[in-house]
Design a protein around this ligand. Structure first.
Ligand SMILES: *Cc1c(COP(=O)(O)O)cnc(C)c1O
Length: 477
């Protein structure tokens, strides 16, 4: 029954080694605070420690696992450390990791409904749950003309939205003829770089991306958007797509969605809302205001893999009109034809995103939603926001520091009141200490430190220690 076949791992060995791997992960989380948050290796150091040639003879699993400690861990930046305050969170949790493991165990490729009905139907169901939890407009639910799908990242979601916008604006002719160079897309100067990337990939050309000015809170100025659209129409261009951000990466700015949405409706432009990190806050009624105006949007995305305890990758992408999306991306070679698809009774998610193949990602999301419940998710989001707000308060009370932007949620942008060089030095020293990890941005031309609270294990004591370290380090600038 448990015979070794060829070189494969036997089921019994899998059982034993699998337990060791789960123990390894549990030990990792127990000891995670002892590692320097930012990996301290030099470029090339990890490769230099690896054998130049692959093994001809297979090795024992013990040897492989040992080398994870010896060769790999030094090159890990510990995103799951409670002392990680850099970029944005990419948090995970026990239920998510175990859901991911089960997904790998099933090894399903869910390109069509028929290739694993549960993979498609659980995804539809969980995305409808989430639409309810975030109080998204009904048009984004699967029982309307729209629906949700899991994408690998917000970058892919925005690209997909742009492709659908491009086709809607040209009666699906760009798919046939290619772009004639007249389509124009709009976002703010503070939008995530993935919008620029999407414009390149979709063939609009970066010269046809308009970066709209922001106000002193770093939010898009709707009048400037309206003006630019008029100007572009006057010169014979074809505006087609506006992407607004609910919580920018740089400073967490909230674009005015209702005003932007009204302009998009008047001008008949596709309105996409990127809520990659901050969208999660809308789980709590008191923060739902960040998505006000979403009823005017054609599409929306947010990342449970950032701030909802679901390990990378998992972006939830919603559209109001799934026909346009499917018409844009649909392909049907003979070898994918099947009865269920032709009956029209099922969704085939291969037509909702760029790759054909897809993992069973809704499993981990389902585990997370069930394990935490709405109550648990709300609790932890509120904790993170509270800790960030406490930190923002300390910044304001210390005369040596200042806030560099409003801090509506879990990201605090701040500066040491001194030169850019001093701020840069502060950041480098903090990160070299290994005691915490922060990153920076440029706001109004000034070097700015960002402190983002969102890791699963971050508690008050970690924020207190981080602030102490920042204060101590500032003394010697
Ligand atoms: C992080 C972020 C992105 C990119 O997310 P990916 O899922 O890594 O593509 C896009 N937009 C915003 C606002 C972000 O914060």
């Amino acid at each position: 029954m448990d015979k070794k076949i060829g070189f494969h791992m036997t089921v019994e060995e899998f059982r034993q080694q699998g337990r060791k791997v789960v123990d390894w992960i549990a030990d990792y989380y127990q000891n995670i605070e002892s590692f320097p948050v930012l990996s301290q290796v030099q470029p090339g150091q990890i490769r230099a420690s690896l054998p130049t040639e692959p093994p001809f003879k297979g090795e024992s699993f013990e040897a492989i696992l040992q080398d994870v400690n010896r060769l790999i861990l030094p090159g890990i930046t510990h995103w799951q450390s409670p002392k990680f305050f850099a970029f944005f969170p990419a948090n995970t949790s026990g239920p998510s990791i175990l859901g991911e493991l089960l997904s790998a165990g099933l090894g399903v490729q869910g390109m069509l409904w028929a290739t694993s009905p549960a993979c498609t139907e659980l995804e539809t169901h969980v995305l409808d749950w989430l639409a309810g939890m975030l109080v998204l407009p009904d048009k984004f639910k699967s029982n309307s003309r729209g629906g949700g799908v899991i994408q690998d990242s917000a970058s892919s979601a925005s690209l997909t939205a742009l492709l659908a916008a491009r086709e809607r604006a040209t009666a699906f002719q760009t798919n046939q003829q290619g772009s004639d160079g007249r389509l124009v897309a709009y976002t703010s100067t503070q939008a995530h770089s993935s919008i620029e990337k999407a414009v390149k990939i979709a063939g609009l050309g970066v010269k046809n991306l308009r970066l709209i000015e922001v106000d002193d809170r770093f939010a898009m100025q709707p009048e400037a958007l309206a003006r630019q659209i008029r100007l572009d129409r006057q010169t014979g261009l074809i505006p087609c797509f506006v992407s607004a951000t609910a919580g920018t990466t740089s400073s967490n700015a909230l674009d005015p969605l209702p005003e932007i949405g009204r302009i998009c409706r008047q001008e008949e432009l596709w309105f996409h809302v990127d809520g990659a990190m901050s969208g999660t806050a809308a789980l709590c009624p008191e923060y739902r205001y960040i998505l006000e105006g979403l009823e005017l949007a054609d599409s929306f995305c947010f990342n449970p893999h950032k701030w909802m305890f679901t390990n990378f990758d998992c972006d939830c992408f919603y559209v109001a009109d799934r026909e346009t999306l499917i018409h844009t991306l649909s392909i049907l070679p003979e070898y994918l034809r099947n009865k269920a698809s032709e009956s029209g009774a099922v969704l085939d998610y291969r037509d909702w995103h760029i790759p054909l193949g897809r993992r069973f990602r809704s499993l981990k999301l389902w585990f997370v939603l069930r394990y935490y419940g709405i109550e648990g998710l709300q609790y932890h989001v509120r904790q993170h926001i509270k800790l960030a707000q406490t930190f923002a308060g300390w910044i304001q009370e210390d005369a040596r520091f200042e806030l560099a932007a409003p801090a509506p949620l879990n990201l605090v942008c701040f500066r040491y009141k001194g030169s850019d060089e001093q701020n840069q030095k502060l950041l480098e020293r903090l990160n070299q200490s290994g005691d915490l990890y922060l990153t920076h941005t440029i706001l109004k031309g000034g070097f700015t430190l960002r402190f983002c609270v969102g890791q699963t294990l971050t508690e008050e004591r970690h924020v207190v220690q981080a602030w102490q370290k920042i204060q101590e380090t500032a003394v010697s600038l």
